[in-house]
Design a binder for this molecule. Structure first.
Ligand code: PHE
Length: 452
């Protein structure tokens, strides 16, 4: 039986915010928002935050605090038949961490490249050619690339050491150091971005609403997807972190603080990225919509180009930007892996250190698939299925089981007892009806999408 706990409340909140703020905020949010109507996206986004993000966060915090264990154990304690849901979430986390670590490794390499602007003028050719060595030859082992494996090993090393040290001296300590530093570094980039010539063009594009998109259900799907990914909900991450809370902790308040900090940072990242894109559009006389094209390209093709074009201190800007990606990614990566570590520990009654060694070795091995020349193809496919099915279905099942087969009102009242403010009946309605209905709709659309 384990009895680890957070040192204090700030530590827990910083760790939760550290999990939430990740690659999803810095490179995913800006292009998702842009693709889905710019300023108009903020309406479905806020709606998803209030109807799904915050309610599910409160739910996961409550279940974790009450269950005092990993996802499988906490669900078993609610109902013996629910253990599999916990394992489903553990499995999702294992798959995600194996490619999430690779993106952090890329960002590490690009931090180093910033020093000499090693990517040259053709940043696209550099990424796909020299750096990733993209190839269709999927099964060729010789494709394993040392220059990606080294930063990957470093990433796994940091995750390993942090988790090995435990909740208080590992995770909490790292979060208390990394989160303030990340915000400080990122504010410098924001300031630089906003003072660049052309920044206004970018901001105009970002905030000018395309209202027709609000009437498109796909925009709403994207908004829900972004909230789930960005807030790390339905992955059992927040549940696992809250299992280390003392009994008297205030989960309602912590959920609001976590959610608003995450969205605040997300908005800041959107503003920063678009002011920088505005500058680039201005300098190169290109249309900004071409620059904002999403995916890997935004951070690893467009940003290096921007860094080349900056009037001064190019390398410093690159260091700050890619360094921020690494920091934001690492605090998220440890939270994803902790779900797996906790699951294994509880099930096999294992010591933390042993579980961390086992899971890290397996995870590093799985990561190597993405360090081959076909890595990007694998990454796209796996990411697509995990995010369109794995997570949405996990969220849907979680809400149906807990909302319909558990005394939700009692759970809410219990949480209210130790909280600064009380959650009302609206919460039950979200968990029971509104959010499951939306997730069911998204699942059906996703399944139909596979056959189109
Ligand atoms: N929420 C984090 C992000 O925005 C990390 C994360 C990603 C967590 C995917 C779970 C799943 O990047």
């Amino acid at each position: 039986m384990k009895n680890e706990q957070w040192g204090n409340r700030t530590g827990f909140i910083l760790a939760a915010v550290g999990s939430a703020i990740g690659l999803g905020n810095i490179w995913r949010f800006p292009y998702v928002a842009y693709d889905n109507g710019g300023g108009a996206f903020l309406i479905p986004y806020l709606f998803a935050l209030l109807t799904a993000g915050i309610p599910i966060l409160i739910l996961e915090f409550s279940i974790g605090k009450k269950g005092r264990g990993s996802a499988p154990l906490s669900f078993t304690r609610l109902n013996k038949k629910w253990e599999w849901l916990g394992w489903w979430q553990v499995a999702i986390c294992f798959v995600i961490i194996s490619y999430y670590a690779v993106i952090i490794a890329w960002a590490m390499s690009y931090t180093k490249f910033s020093l000499s602007l090693a990517w040259g003028d053709d940043t696209k050719g550099f990424l796909y050619g020299q750096f990733l060595h993209l190839t269709d030859d999927v099964w060729s082992i010789e494709n394993l690339q040392l220059h990606i494996i080294i930063p990957l090993a470093l990433t796994w090393g940091i995750v390993f050491i942090t988790l090995y040290k435990g909740v208080k001296t590992g995770i909490e300590k790292l979060a208390k150091f990394a989160m303030p530093l990340l915000i400080f570094l990122f504010l410098i980039i924001t300031f630089r971005g906003l003072t660049l010539e052309g920044a206004v063009i970018g901001l105009n594009h970002f905030f000018t609403p395309d209202w027709s998109k609000v009437w498109d259900y796909r925009t709403w799907m994207a908004a829900y997807g972004q909230i789930f990914f960005s807030l790390s909900i339905a992955y059992a991450i927040m549940l696992t972190y809250s299992s280390y809370l003392p009994e008297k902790s205030d989960v309602n308040n912590s959920a609001f603080i976590t959610a608003f900090s995450n969205s605040g940072f997300e908005l800041l990242a959107g503003i920063t990225v678009f002011s920088v894109l505005g500058f680039m559009a201005f300098e190169s006389h290109t249309d900004i919509s071409e620059l904002a094209a999403g995916g890997v390209g935004l951070a690893f093709i467009v940003f290096p180009k921007v860094i080349n074009t900056l009037p001064t201190l190019n390398s410093l800007f690159g260091l700050l930007f890619f360094g921020s990606l690494v920091l934001a990614g690492l605090t998220s990566a440890i939270s994803i892996l902790e779900v797996v570590v906790a699951g294994i520990r509880d099930k096999f009654d294992m010591q933390r250190q042993r579980a961390v060694i086992l899971v890290s070795i397996l995870g590093f091995g799985a990561s190597l698939i993405y360090a081959t020349g076909a890595g990007l193809y694998f990454l796209d496919i796996v990411d697509h299925f995990i995010n369109n099915f794995g997570v949405v279905i996990s969220g849907l099942v979680e809400l149906i089981l807990i909302g319909w087969f558990l005394n939700l009102k009692a759970l809410r009242k219990e949480g209210n007892l130790t909280s600064d403010f009380s959650i009302g009946r609206w919460w039950d309605i979200m968990i029971k009806f509104v959010t499951p209905a939306v997730l069911l709709f998204i699942t059906i659309q996703n399944i139909m999408g596979e056959f189109e």
